[in-house]
Design a protein around this ligand. Structure first.
Ligand code: FES
Length: 149
């Protein structure tokens, strides 16, 4: 058994230690807000926070996060910044198909937690690893600016 701290809850799993966190979240814990896109740390759809840092859960072995605090899209709105980001996403009507958006929101909220007034260049750098096939990038940038107040 491996113990995890997910969204402030203590969770036990019998998944193998090398199982990527993404599959533990989705298949073992039925937390399906975190998405599978590429499985190779290339698209950002699977982004979660590990000790506050945006992290690709598709390539993150379970054993590596046993002593970390994990936050997923299901709970990001419980923080002031996460709530502001989600509200801004709605206000700016960001999603098109929506598939990548939980990962986008996780990266955006991590950015604002470390930089409350990001420039366009800061936003582009922080969000570069989150791909959106509907190309909602302009609205993503607007929403991050809105959330930054
Ligand atoms: Fe993890 Fe694409 S599914 S980065």
């Amino acid at each position: 058994m491996i113990n995890l701290d997910i969204n402030g809850q203590k969770v036990e799993t019998d998944a193998e230690p090398d199982t990527p966190l993404l599959w533990v979240l989705r298949d073992h814990l039925s937390m399906t807000g975190t998405k599978y896109g590429c499985g190779k740390a290339l698209c950002g759809a699977c982004t979660v926070h590990v000790d506050g840092n945006p992290t690709r859960s598709c390539v993150l072995p379970l054993a590596a996060v046993a002593s970390s605090k994990i936050t997923t899209i299901e709970a990001v709105g419980e923080s002031k910044i996460g709530k502001a980001v989600q509200d801004a996403w709605i206000a700016e009507d960001v999603p098109q198909c929506g598939y990548c958006q939980s990962g986008q929101i996780m990266s955006a909220s991590a950015l604002l937690a470390s930089n409350s007034k990001p420039t366009d260049a800061d936003i582009d750098a922080a969000m570069a690893g989150n791909v959106c096939r509907c190309a909602t990038y302009v609205r993503i940038r607007s929403a991050i600016k809105r959330a930054s107040g």
